[in-house]
Design a binder for this molecule. Structure first.
Ligand code: I6G
Length: 672
């Protein structure tokens, strides 16, 4: 049976939309890029041949078009204003007082939304079709970026639903979500292309492309936060307007909440501030708006900002400071890391005086020298890093700039250093003869996720190595109470306590022991996968690289490191010493694919209260479940904590079972 062009175009459109949704929304490509491109080309050809077949929401409308020579200027019919800022709870109290005085009513309802750190845009729909998109510009005139905005995958090209106004201007923020940003930069790095400093710059750079085909390849998303000019009726409250936008297909914030009174606004701010680092996108504060439109009108504007809204800002995550010098630290694998010594600055809520410079290539890429003014970024628990050099620095002309020279010898033990082919890292070749490496190995071995030796902290490890009491991790189990009691600042009671925790750590688990060995690239998750696969340490140590790459999570590089570790005689000796000294674990009985959750696939999302997401995933895998990072039709259950966003929504759409932490803990208690 032959298909008509109408049927073929409709089938291609449905297929392409499904593939695009899997690719952009679920990070789960269904077909290779080439298949997508081929189907798209066919649809383009059909729409060219039969122009009547083209629909405004066809995937062909999102691929970008021929480059522009420049962006046209666009006059905003209604100026795009800015918001006043608040930096403290006192500033919020002042804002609330101004509002209540003008309204003559103390019980004000506020709509709270995260302030996305992206690029503000205005988008006009006429009779439901997207006709114009512009940047904010100076608030009065922006640039016409319609071709670029049309490529944004979560933005409808036509609105659906009832009572769509004939003219609707929507305003909101374009951002690149964090995970997509990391992936995009990893791809750029692999292709030796320019990487972006942060998601905001990446979003701004992507929207500024004159060639919208480039924009189309960037993972931009849009979130609406208000309306501009509207011809037609809208509800009388801000939250209800956003709800209406959502019904027409426009994305709005899932975190929006309407509360009464300023104290609850403070609670909302604190709650989001705690979640800030685990949200799927960067935010730089919270916007609070008087919810009633009549009240907003009564309050009006002062200079260029509405009196009815305020943005309470979070502490900055990027600030500039001066690079005072560079130290070189040796890690447990001998990797020598340059660490910047900085003029102390307050960033991301703490005072920072050190930041990583990663490696010699990074120093070259940044073109940084001692004395320069640099931008330091500290987001969440991530180690502070230098992201750029401020142009024209050093600002103080009396400061001499000095090149950063990488040491030719290990700064700790004086051994030679070497750089493996294709590696950015320079390493000390001293092995355990290098005190710095030995100390780092012991710190890792004793850490909580490894052998969990409580009380064996950094200072004590330094003393034990410097005094020659510990020359390998096995020596920890040879320490005696009189030896410990003789150490500086170690009382008798502490020496007994430490001995007791060393004793306790002898009983461990196979995954923890594998992790504690400190094999390069073998983190907690890989250690667990290895334990579940091999069940016994000997089987792991005897495995060939071919067998190792058959384990989940293990690629050729990790397999190479495991083989290298297992075939080193010094490592073999340390392992047999540890076993002879009584380190032990129960036999592993649950292999991957066995256990009460065998055959199920789980996704963990949001912030859990009782454990990290990584720990929760480990528990699930230990019970035989598979874990995945994105929700798809294959997902059996989604475990959600506060802040679960698009993954939860996707699960709801697909009718997948969702459990919260309390339900899950109850399930664990039954199963474990
Ligand atoms: O820059 C902004 C970010 C978020 C906003 C905003 C917003 O609402 C959540 N709302 C307005 C009204 C303006 N700027 C002017």
């Amino acid at each position: 049976m032959t298909t008509s062009p109408v049927e073929e175009a409709a089938a291609l459109r449905a297929q392409l939309l499904g593939w695009a949704e899997a690719y952009f929304e679920r990070d789960a490509p269904l077909v290779p890029d080439a298949d997508y491109d081929q189907a798209l080309k066919r649809l383009e050809a059909l729409e060219r041949e039969f122009p009547d077949l083209a629909t405004p929401d066809s995937p062909t409308q999102r691929v970008g078009s021929a480059p522009l020579s420049e962006f046209e200027a666009v006059e905003h019919r209604l100026p795009m204003l800015s918001l006043d800022n608040a930096f403290s709870a006192e500033d919020m109290d002042d804002f609330h007082r101004r509002v209540t005085e003008r309204l003559g009513d103390g019980d004000v309802a506020y709509c709270c939304e995260p302030k996305l750190d992206g690029v503000a845009v205005s988008i006009v729909y006429e009779h439901g079709a997207l006709v114009l998109a512009a940047t904010r510009g100076d608030g009065t005139r922006g640039e016409n970026i319609t071709a670029n905005v049309r490529t944004i995958s979560n933005l409808p090209l036509t609105l659906s639903g009832e009572d769509v106004p004939p003219y609707l201007e929507v305003r909101g923020e374009v951002v690149i979500p964090r995970e997509a940003f990391e992936r995009m930069n990893a791809q750029a790095r692999a292709a030796d292309e320019k990487v972006f400093v942060n998601p905001r710059n990446a979003a701004a750079g992507s929207l500024r492309q004159l060639d919208s085909r480039i924009t189309a390849r960037r993972p931009l998303t849009f979130t609406a936060y208000s309306v501009g000019v509207v011809e037609g009726d809208l509800p009388g409250a801000h939250d209800a307007i956003l709800q209406r936008l959502s019904e027409w297909g426009l994305p709005v914030s899932e975190y929006m909440q309407t509360v009464t009174g300023i104290a609850v606004c403070d609670d909302y701010y604190e709650a989001l501030a705690r979640q800030r680092d685990t949200l799927p996108f960067d935010i730089d504060g919270i916007v609070f708006k008087v919810n009633g439109m009549a009240e907003q009108e009564k309050l009006g504007f002062v200079s260029r900002a509405p009196r009815w809204a305020i943005a309470r800002k979070f502490p900055a995550q990027e600030v500039s400071t001066q690079l005072l010098g560079v130290d070189f630290q040796v890690g447990r694998t001998g990797a020598i890391t340059p660490v910047a010594r900085l003029q102390p600055v307050f960033v991301g809520g703490v005072t920072v005086s050190n930041a990583t410079l990663h490696n010699a290539d990074e120093i070259e890429r940044l073109g940084v020298q001692v004395g320069d003014t640099v931008v330091v970024r500290r987001a969440g628990d991530v180690i502070p890093q230098i992201v750029s050099v401020v142009e024209g620095s050093p600002s103080d002309s009396s400061t001499e700039r000095a090149k950063i020279g990488f040491p030719g010898q290990c700064p700790d033990c004086g051994s030679d250093v070497a750089r493996e082919e294709g590696e950015a890292v320079i390493r000390c070749i001293g092995g355990m003869a290098c005190g710095a490496q030995l100390k780092a190995v012991i710190r890792h071995f004793a850490s909580r996720k490894a052998m969990d030796i409580e009380g064996l902290g950094d200072k004590l490890i330094d003393q034990l190595v410097d005094d020659g009491l510990v020359g390998s991790v096995a020596d920890i189990f040879r320490l005696s109470q009189p030896q410990l009691a003789m150490l500086e600042r170690m009382g008798e009671k502490s020496s007994y306590n430490l001995l007791a925790s060393i004793e306790q750590s002898r009983s461990t688990t196979l995954p923890k022991f594998i992790y504690a060995l400190g094999i390069r690239e073998v983190g907690e998750a890989t250690a667990l996968a290895l334990a579940n696969h091999f069940l016994e340490l000997d089987a792991l140590l005897a495995a060939s690289t071919d067998v190792l790459v058959g384990v989940d999570d293990v690629g050729p590089i990790v397999a190479h490191h495991i083989r290298g570790f297992a075939s080193d005689e010094r490592n073999q000796r340390v392992i047999s010493d540890l076993l002879a000294l009584g380190v032990n674990w129960p036999t592993v009985t649950v292999a991957s694919g066995e256990g009460p959750l065998a055959g199920t696939t789980w996704v963990v999302t949001g912030k859990l209260e009782s454990m990290s997401r990584g720990d929760a995933e480990q528990r699930l895998r230990a019970l035989g479940a598979k874990t995945a990072s994105s929700v798809s039709a294959k997902t059996s259950t989604v475990l959600t904590g506060p802040g679960a966003g698009s993954k939860r929504k996707k699960a709801e759409e697909l009718g997948i079972s969702i459990v919260d932490e309390i339900e899950w803990l109850a399930m664990l208690e039954e199963m474990e």
